[in-house]
Design a protein around this ligand. Structure first.
Ligand code: IPE
Ligand code: IPE
Ligand code: MG
Length: 257
């Protein structure tokens, strides 16, 4: 990976280690956890945490863009999150509408391209529509990709890929011995991210240290950083700290340095 100098004060942002030479990960993925606990600690309803968490997506996306990150993937709703109480699920389904209504001008100003990956057909019509509109509106932007995982689950993603590949074989378009790792990767949601499809760095907030069905294939050689901070409290400084930690890791991919 290319070595770059931290560009310190872009648009007034302060940087923890201004003159350190560090490696900026191209693709950062975040499991944004702890909205509920953030709210509980403040004697607020859980949805207040989700609202605050939504606002933080915007702040962190801008910070990531300023750091030079190329793709920021954020886990916003899993295929298992339907198990939550109906009121909470309904609120979460409304968040993309609020997010894009509020923040589209900021994303456009930042030249951010929005992508939403997940089983969008299963979403309420309005939620699905705003995600499609956001992707369409930003499709010519050339800056960072803000990639939402929404109604996303990695096991389902891999299962769908297997089904698609099996169909291609059954229809005679593909031979079994032609199936390789690239074939599988090409059938995952992340295929559209091209050379940045695998995260370099995974961050999970709020103290849990598990994947919760996130990007099981793509995270094979990613660096993991866990922090106890609840997602609504996760700041651009926390992001910079995680990037610094990443920068000091030695990635070996099974080989030797
Ligand atoms: C993450 O926060 C947001 C979603 C999973 C939608 P949580 O809602 O999981 O917050 P905790 O883990 O209960 O604190
Ligand atoms: C993972 O968090 C999903 C998202 C952040 C969207 P969860 O809160 O759903 O994960 P578990 O249930 O603690 O594993
Ligand atoms: Mg959680």
């Amino acid at each position: 990976m290319q070595r770059v100098f931290f560009i310190a004060k872009k648009r007034g942002e302060t940087m923890a280690a201004q003159s350190d030479e560090i490696t900026i990960p191209k693709h950062v993925a975040i499991i944004m956890d702890g909205n509920g606990r953030w709210a509980k600690a403040r004697h607020l309803p859980r949805v207040a945490g989700h609202k605050e968490g939504m606002d933080n997506v915007k702040r962190i996306a801008i910070a990531a863009s300023h750091l030079g990150i190329k793709v920021l993937t954020v886990y916003a709703f899993s295929t298992e999150n339907w198990r939550r109480p109906t009121d909470e699920v309904n609120y979460l389904m409304g968040l993309p509408v609020r997010f894009f209504n509020h923040y589209m001008p900021d994303l456009m100003a930042e030249n951010v391209r929005v992508n939403v990956m997940g089983y969008l057909d299963e979403l309420p019509a309005q939620t699905r529509q705003v995600t499609l509109d956001a992707m369409d509106q930003t499709k010519n932007n050339t800056g960072m990709v803000l990639n939402f995982a929404f109604n996303y689950g990695a096991r389902k993603e891999i299962t769908t890929a297997v089904q698609q590949i099996a169909s291609a074989v059954a229809e005679g378009q593909l031979a079994v011995d032609e199936i390789n790792e690239k074939t599988v990767a090409d059938h995952l949601f992340t295929a559209s991210l091209g050379k940045w499809q695998d995260p370099d760095l995974l961050i999970r907030t709020s103290g849990e240290e598990r994947l919760s069905n996130f990007l099981l294939w793509q995270l094979a050689y990613s660096e993991f950083v866990f922090t106890d901070v609840h997602w609504p409290d996760f700041t651009s400084q926390d992001l910079e700290k995680a990037v610094q930690t990443f920068s000091h890791r030695q990635r070996r991919y099974g080989g030797l340095k």
